[in-house]
Design a protein around this ligand. Structure first.
Ligand SMILES: [Zn+2]
Length: 66
């Protein structure tokens, strides 16, 4: 049985930009990968940690509404 990738809470240490990344499925496409650069300032070294339950729910809700 495939194990889905874990959602991540991604944060830019430079400008504070935050993003909750949640894979769409366990079959990842290149376009599904988490961001490697800050989408606000372009900083390349983002911090990532496993997302909390609330952050996971929020990311799922945003995906459903988009
Ligand atoms: Zn940034």
């Amino acid at each position: 049985m495939p194990i889905p990738p874990r959602p991540l809470a991604i944060r830019c240490p430079k400008c504070g930009w935050q993003h909750s990344w949640q894979p769409a499925s366990d079959a990842l496409q290149p376009s599904d990968l988490p961001p490697t650069h800050c989408q606000r300032c372009g900083h390349a070294k983002l911090e990532a940690r496993p997302a909390s339950g609330l952050e996971q729910a929020w990311a799922q809700l945003k995906r459903l509404l988009s």
